[in-house]
Design a binder for this molecule. Structure first.
Ligand code: ARG
Length: 458
């Protein structure tokens, strides 16, 4: 097929070169953004007197029709086209003739593609942020139902100190709030128009870059034409933000997978979000959580792709940069799927409160509280720590726990013990005495819930 740019060539392009070079198979998903960008550009060209107002209006109308036809499926994307930018321009010229050929005045595909990808990512960021808010909402609901669900908190995957299930899941809420803030930040850096940068050195036409930005709802224009066409930081930042979201989802998934085992048995997934085995009839597998964990590696791979793609290329545009889209789209598609499914999975899972409470009792997670009790009675912490440690050793040897020891036994370890020790080692008290800001007490957790809810609503 003849190319728009083939005037200086004496031979047709090798057919494999056409396929190798083409990006239409993946960049056609930006057709709306490409057309909206072109409509703004055409309007600006008319307003600035670079083309006539009549021509400008004709182009804008035809572009709107092309967009509507593509959306309605009345116009099919030509898989032979080089990319979405060429395709739209070819259709435009086929429909309105010579006037269509005026659209590309004062513009290059380099600033055009830089604009299109920014417009496209803006939409995706907005969608992803609303999915993250949905996830936060599911977490808050679980938290509200579990402010009294005492469980062991872990370090080194060993039972450590008592918390509540609400406090536990609210830790993840904080991660996803940071993720959302990061997305908001990336959005601001994405929402800037590079159009007018031209191929790399802008243009001699008296264009109005700010007008285009304004028409497209962008907050400003890029400051340097060479940077304008060759910057993909915003895209890399987005893939990084998605990688962190995936990391958080993956950690949470790992916990859900553990919690579903008969050994932990802290939660049960809804049948609709579990899968069976083809051979073992008893199995109920947490495949969704495992896939989320697995896809995390894939999104990290996309991040490595875009970082590596950019690391050695000179200014300004290089064709390497066409590789940005498949990686970014893959990261976006997979992260969105994961957030959505993970949200539904946790929203429908059953929290086994008694199991959590049971597991909290057996692990001496109140040993620190026992030591603190002696400290309040005047013993230095290091000495109190030793007494409490010897008590734990005694309990292990005698297969009992700190809650069940008699006062006489306590007194053989330290004369400072009195009836009050039972209050001190009661797990519910251990949690609720941790009233420090950010701690697991009910009071503190209710405050956390309020803050997360405020965040979601804002
Ligand atoms: N398809 C190209 C891309 O995605 C568009 C820009 C091409 N510019 C060029 N001079 N070849 O990056």
């Amino acid at each position: 097929m003849a190319k728009m740019w083939d005037a200086r060539f004496s031979k047709a392009e090798n057919s494999r070169v056409n396929d190798f070079n083409s990006s239409i198979s993946f960049d056609s998903r930006m057709f709306r953004e490409d057309i909206e960008g072109s409509m703004a550009h055409a309007a600006m060209l008319g307003k600035c007197g670079i083309i006539s107002l009549d021509e400008s209006a004709k182009i804008v109308t035809a572009l709107a029709e092309i967009k509507a036809d593509l959306e309605a499926g009345k116009l099919a994307i030509d898989p032979e086209a080089e990319d979405i930018h060429m395709f739209v321009e070819e259709v435009l010229t086929a429909r309105i003739g010579d006037t269509g050929k005026r659209l590309h005045t004062a513009r290059s595909r380099n600033d055009q593609v830089a604009l299109d990808i920014r417009l496209y990512l803006k939409k995706e960021i907005t969608e992803i942020r609303s999915l993250v808010k949905g996830l936060l909402d599911a977490i808050v609901t679980i938290a509200e139902e579990n402010t009294d669900t005492v469980m062991a908190g872990y370090t080194h995957l060993q039972r450590a100190q008592p918390v509540t299930f609400a406090h536990y899941v609210l830790a993840y809420a904080q991660m996803f709030i940071r993720d959302d803030l990061r997305l908001a930040d990336v959005y601001d850096r994405t929402n800037i128009s590079p159009l007018g940068s031209g191929a790399l050195a802008s243009t001699t036409y008296p264009i109005d870059r700010h007008m285009v930005a304004e028409l497209l709802g962008m907050s400003g224009v890029t400051e340097n034409s060479m940077d304008g066409v060759s910057d993909r930081d915003f895209l890399i930042e987005l893939v990084f933000a998605l990688s962190l979201i995936m990391m958080h989802l993956s950690r949470f998934s790992e916990e859900v997978i553990l919690w579903c085992t008969s050994e932990f048995s802290f939660v049960e997934l809804d049948d609709a979000f579990s899968t069976g085995s083809s051979i073992m009839p008893q199995k109920k597998n947490p495949d969704i959580a495992e896939l989320v964990r697995g896809k995390t590696g894939r999104v990290y791979g996309d991040l490595t792709t875009v970082l590596t793609m950019m690391k050695g290329i000179p200014l300004a545009y290089n064709k390497d940069m066409q590789e940005d889209k498949e990686a970014a789209f893959d990261a976006i598609d997979n992260a969105k799927l994961c957030i959505e499914l993970f949200t539904s999975m946790i929203a429908t899972m059953t929290v086994k409160k008694e199991k959590l409470r049971q597991a909290a009792s057996g692990g001496f997670i109140n040993a620190t509280d026992c030591a603190d009790y002696l400290v309040k009675k005047g013993l230095p912490f290091r000495d109190a720590y030793r007494v409490s440690g010897r008590l734990v050793a005694y309990c292990i040897e005698n297969k009992t726990d700190l809650e069940s020891l008699t006062l006489d036994t306590y007194k053989t370890f330290s004369p400072l013990f009195d009836e009050g020790v039972y209050e001190a080692v009661n797990l519910e008290n251990c949690v609720n005495e941790r009233k420090v800001y950010g701690g697991p007490s009910k009071e503190s957790v209710l405050h956390q819930i309020k803050l997360v809810k405020n965040y979601i609503e804002k």
